[in-house]
Each structure stands twice: as C-alpha cells, then as structure tokens.
Design a protein around this ligand. Structure first.
Ligand code: A2P
Length: 327
C-alpha cells in the first residue's frame, strides 16, 4: 500500500505528518509555529495542557496573515484537559482554546486522558495542573467521578454545532475504545497514543484499523523527550539501534527519518516535536523513500512494550497518587 501524505477521515483530510507542540517553549512558540507553517507543516498538534496555545495562536495568525496558507489547508488539533470532563465544562474549554488559537473551528478535538479530575475554574488557574491546589500544604491530585460517556456526549454536541469537525481520544486502551464504540453516536475519528519501535501497539492499531479509526502516534521517535523528565534513560535510544543505523546508511537518510518512516509506513500519522528547524525539515521529508518489508519487520521486532508516558507512573512518583490506567 502506498503511504500517502494525507489520511482521509470521513470528509476530512489529515496530513500524515504533523508538528507536536508539547514542550515547545512559550518564548519560541509563535515564531516556531509560523516558521513550521512556512516550511510546509499543515498539521499542528496542540493541547490546553501544553500551556502555549496563546503563543501558538499568534504564530498561526501570523502565517495566515502572511498568506503562507489558508485556514482550510491547516489541520489543527487540540485537547480537552482532565479538569474539564463534566458536560458543562467541555464547550467553555473548547471556546477558550479556540480563542487562544485564534480560530473559529478545530479540525480535531481530543479527550486528552481517560482521567477526570476535579474542575478548576479557568479564572483560578489556566491551564489547570494534575494536582488540584498548587498552594496547598500537601498538593494532591483530586479525582472527579465523570463517566467518559458524559464527556463524549458533550464532545458530540461540539461537532453538531460545527465548532469542531472531528472528535477523538488520546491515551485510551483497547478496552476503553470498545466501550466508547458501544454508545458513541459519533465514532472517534482519531485515537492518539504513544507509538514507536519500542512500543509498537500492534493490537490497538489493528483494532482501530478494523473499526476505521485513524491512529496518530505521539512520541514517534521514542524516549528522546522523556530523558530530561526522568521518565526514560539515555540508553533507551531507538535511533542508535543497529537496524535503524543500517537502513539509514542504505537510504542516505537520518536515523530519525528511518524511525518516522517506519511509523507512517504502518499507516499511522505522526506528530514529532522539534524546536530545531533542521530537524523539523527532515521530519517532513519522509515520502521520497521507503523501507523494505524486512526492515519494517526488523524495526517492529525492537518492540519491548515500553511505554514512556504513563500517567499512572508519573503521578505516583510526582505526588503519590495511585491511579493506574494501564495494566
Ligand atoms: P528537539 O526539539 O531539540 O529537536 P516528542 O516525543 O514530544 O515528539 O519530542 C521529540 C524529541 O525528539 C524532542 O526532544 C526533539 O528535540 C527530538 N527530535 C525531533 N526530531 C528529531 C530528529 N529529526 N532527530 C533527532 N532528534 C529529534
């Protein structure tokens, strides 16, 4: 099957390669986004939680004002934060994001985690954190009992109102996807999860393919962004794997391009983040070469079922909250 630069989702077309905006520093975000659009990025993956949507919005506006592309040519994703899962908070949260991003619709709105936390009013703290009261003597994560079905119904209303074109979920396991499909009037268009050669997610990707749901891989390069967060070791380096280096040499491409090509050759969309223009450009240049079936299998065989972004683990380590969402 040919790897296309666009993944069709109903009537929409999502560019296969997007730019991840997590950890893009506020001070660099406006220019970074404007320059990324100028370079050819047409898919931006934002979230309330990334705490840079105002700056991202300035970059988008600048690019549109300069005529670098039209709004219709851009695919803009954002995500609902955990403290806004109650039905009455979903629409205001989207409107805040749209206001910050300076757009009048989103292409995709995702539930960021299957974790509902006690609501924090936006005028008190925005974006809210994992923990409820940052100033408390012993700050704690406080859960809220909100079924995903309540949040999803409110997300469906956003589609019906025309505020968002597509809705989906992030960080869901197969069991939660089955459950969501049992009641969804509007099926999730996209499931965004961690996928890289150390965490290949065979079953989840197969389930989504069979149910006609697109998959977006976050952290498609693996551990790189987790080392500084103490969530991975320097040695968890997929770019240093021999099979990756050999393919990179054969193709005269960088190891990162080989790993990203492995991602899209599985028909998964990818959203690598980079603050570096040279790396941003190479992350887009993935459509003029291909990996052999053998290279694909050998890279897939690197799988260790190693998840770097596990809220059950980091919430326990950071503030003692035991709330696993994966076994
Ligand atoms: P940098 O921003 O300095 O380029 P994420 O897991 O959130 O997608 O982040 C990807 C990580 O990989 C970032 O730390 C980014 O660092 C780094 N990175 C992105 N593209 C490349 C590349 N082509 N080669 C090497 N490292 C990359």
């Amino acid at each position: 099957m040919v790897v296309k630069e666009i993944i069709s989702i109903g009537n929409s077309q999502m560019p296969t390669v997007g730019m991840g905006l997590w950890k893009l520093e506020k001070g660099l975000a406006s220019k970074g986004v404007r320059d990324a659009i100028s370079m050819g990025y047409r898919h931006l993956d934002s979230a309330t939680d990334y705490a840079n949507e105002t700056e991202v919005g300035i970059g988008i506006k600048q690019a549109l004002d300069e005529g670098l592309c039209t709004r219709e040519e851009l695919w803009i994703t954002s995500k609902l934060w955990n403290t806004d899962h109650r039905a009455e908070h979903v629409r205001p949260s989207l409107l805040k994001t749209m206001n910050d991003l300076q757009v009048d619709y989103l292409d995709l709105y995702l539930i960021h985690f299957p974790i509902a936390l006690k609501h924090v009013p936006h005028d008190q703290l925005y974006p809210a954190d994992w923990i409820y009261d940052l100033n408390a003597e012993c700050p704690k994560m406080e859960l809220d009992n909100v079924p995903i079905s309540e949040t999803w119904k409110a997300m469906e209303e956003l589609v019906e109102e025309g505020l968002v074109r597509n809705i989906g979920v992030c960080n869901f396991s197969t069991g939660l996807i089955h459950d969501l499909l049992s009641y969804a009037k509007i099926k999730p268009a996209v499931v965004q999860v961690e996928v890289h050669p150390y965490f290949t997610q065979e079953k989840l990707i197969r389930l989504c393919r069979e149910r006609d749901i697109a998959v977006t891989a976050f952290s498609p390069l693996g551990a790189l962004s987790y080392v500084s967060l103490n969530m991975a070791q320097n040695s968890d380096n997929v770019l240093g794997e021999q099979v990756v280096l050999t393919a990179a040499k054969r193709l005269s491409k960088s190891p990162a391009q080989v790993v990203l090509r492995w991602g899209i050759q599985r028909h998964v969309s990818i959203i690598p983040k980079s603050s570096n223009p040279k790396r941003q450009l190479e992350n887009l240049q993935l459509f003029d070469f291909s990996l052999t079936d053998q290279e694909m299998s050998e890279i897939s065989a690197l799988n260790r079922n190693q998840r770097f972004n596990d809220p059950g683990e980091f919430c326990e380590r950071a503030f003692g909250a035991f709330h696993p969402i994966y076994d």
